[in-house]
Design a binder for this molecule. Structure first.
Ligand SMILES: [Zn+2]
Length: 370
């Protein structure tokens, strides 16, 4: 592990973004960057700082009646010849792995820490900063999940803002996601004497027809429109070109609005496939992560929406906001990056999105627009 040069948090948000991008931190190798972030936060002098693995936690303790939690992951997907960062002046784009997802968001957080985490600063809310590791890999390794298990108190607040890329829009809550496998069985036979067999693939017909005819729900919650979807995402079966198959499996993914919890989502999927299971198919839920309500009617969230000055929209993908929602904390996604560029070789962030994100949060956290 190498030591990185110190982070200069007095530099502008573009320079801080570049410094973060130029410090590679693929999931599992966040150590040196976490060291640099921890040292920079400790040097500010107005924050309680704690390190848990490669997660860095920092907070003010000013006795304010409300607390806002800002969270961002430090890791990136594997580098694709796109580190160090490259600034294209003509198009106003900063290219590099993590520029959108989500080191530009981390840079905004660090700039806010530099403003509000110094002795004598007077933010309108107490602030908690959570920089965490291993977001881009399997959920069991997720650093925010580890903090939730080991230091839950660090995540409590009146509002959590996750600085994942949203193109500078506020995206409320997130949808849940459930994956299930429907398996049918039959009886193997030579296809020349197919009447002696029972075809497991044909037994999926009703389920596939039900999916094709399925009318997904649209639900408006707190002014955000969530759009559900129940789709086949995989199908398998077949033994050989001359055999009636005795096994088949259909994998489905249900993306569900946050007014359903995990149990309600599973019950709904079981209802859709009730005919198939009544006919002998088995339905197994292999993965189910509940969503998060937008919570925009909560005063702390409403004040933030007012500060950004744009209507909030629904977050359709699953994000770590659900980990806050599990504690009953309203949580929003808001970040300067472009979500459609995340994980791409051409990943970049528009430079002119950076300062407005910092300014909107600064206004909100100073209480100047509340
Ligand atoms: Zn991300």
């Amino acid at each position: 592990m190498s030591t990185l040069p110190p982070l200069d948090l007095s530099a502008d948000v573009l320079a801080v973004t570049r410094a973060l991008v130029d410090a590679p931190s693929v999931s599992g190798s966040e150590g040196p960057l976490a060291d640099a972030v921890e040292a920079a936060l400790r040097a500010l002098g107005g924050l309680e700082v704690e390190r848990i693995g490669d997660a860095v936690l920092a907070r003010t303790n000013l006795g304010r009646p409300t607390r806002v939690v800002l969270a961002g992951h430090l890791d990136t997907v594997p580098i694709a010849d796109n580190v160090p960062s490259r600034l294209d002046e003509a198009t106003g784009r900063l290219y590099g792995c993590g520029t959108s997802d989500m080191k530009s968001g981390d840079a905004v957080m660090l700039r806010l820490a530099a403003r509000f985490g110094v002795p004598g600063a007077q933010p309108a809310h107490d602030l908690t900063f959570v920089f965490y590791d291993n977001e881009e890999v399997e959920s069991a390794r997720n650093g925010l999940g580890r903090v939730a298990r080991e230091r839950r108190g660090w995540l409590y607040g009146d509002l959590a803002i996750l600085m994942e890329p949203t193109d500078g829009e506020i995206e409320g809550g997130c949808q849940g996601t459930l994956r299930a496998v429907l398996e049918t069985t039959g009886h193997r036979a030579h296809s020349a004497r197919s009447w002696l067999g029972v075809n497991a693939i044909h037994a999926l017909t009703g389920a596939v027809t039900a999916l094709a005819a399925y009318r997904p729900r649209e639900v408006e919650i707190d002014g955000c429109l969530y759009r559900e979807g129940l789709n086949a995402v995989g199908i398998s079966g077949g033994v050989a070109g001359n055999v009636i198959p005795d096994e088949a499996a259909l994998t489905v993914n249900f993306r569900y609005a946050p007014d359903r919890d995990e149990d309600a989502a599973e019950a709904h999927v079981r209802e859709v496939f009730a005919d198939a299971t009544a006919a002998g198919a088995t339905l197994t839920v292999v993965d189910n992560a509940g969503g998060a309500l937008p919570g925009l009617s909560e005063p702390a969230a409403a004040a933030f929406v007012a500060a950004v000055g744009r209507p909030a929209r629904a977050k359709l993908g699953w994000t770590d906001v659900a980990r806050f929602a599990a504690f009953g904390i309203p949580a929003l996604n808001y970040g300067p990056g472009d979500p459609t560029l995340a994980h791409t070789r051409e990943e970049h962030v528009l430079v002119d999105r950076l300062q407005p994100a910092e300014d909107a949060l600064t206004a909100y956290l100073s209480g100047s627009t509340a």
